[in-house]
Design a protein around this ligand. Sequence first.
Ligand code: SF4
Length: 233
Amino acid sequence: MELERLCSLLEDMEVEGWWPSNGPFEVMVGALLTQQTTWEKVVPVLEALRREGLMAPLPLSQCPADRLTELVRPIGFLHQKVRRLQALSLYVMEEHGGDPRGMLQGDLSRRRKELLSLPGIGPETADSILLFAGGRPKFVAANYVLRVFHRTGVLLDGDYASAQHLVEERFPEDTGLYMRLYASLVEVAKSHCRSVPRCQGCPLRPECRFTHRAGAGPGCRPAGRRGYPGSEG
Ligand code: SF4
């Protein structure tokens, strides 16, 4: 299936407001917390951080580690998550005067490199932050995306970089499309294109090579992991 065709088959999916947040810093925090866990577990932690007045770089950077550990406890990976949140909030304070929005503007590849230099931020998390927090044109080629691309034949053997390149080359600088496409693909992967696919009702089914080739039965190798919206570990 061609990428353009996949996009048109996903056109009717309801994904408006798919990554709910109260601003760019909250998206950054959410992107870090959702690594290695599910979005459902992250939501109450985001609410607790908000309730405690910690959803901003300054208070978060000043929050004692033991208090932060208590708040993050429901997610697990305590020390790792706490260290990463502290590093992020300190960085925004020290290098960008506490302005997360400003941190994401300017030269895109420089901003990406900057994010990648922070603890626990790999390409998927960096691109999620750039796209959903900064509104920057960076497509997130997460494992969910790769799984659907592989099975539908949009990209048979591609990795993160090649999937990202494909989308960005075909639809240059189209931030809105990157957001909608990513959200739609994650939803399809969660609802239908799971490790063992449930093709019934999948919007891509009419033209999916995997369904036609293998009858949606065994033989598909899973590419995805837990997580939503991002799942990078
Ligand atoms: S039809 Fe089946 S294999 Fe193809 S994308 Fe949908 S769930 Fe995945």
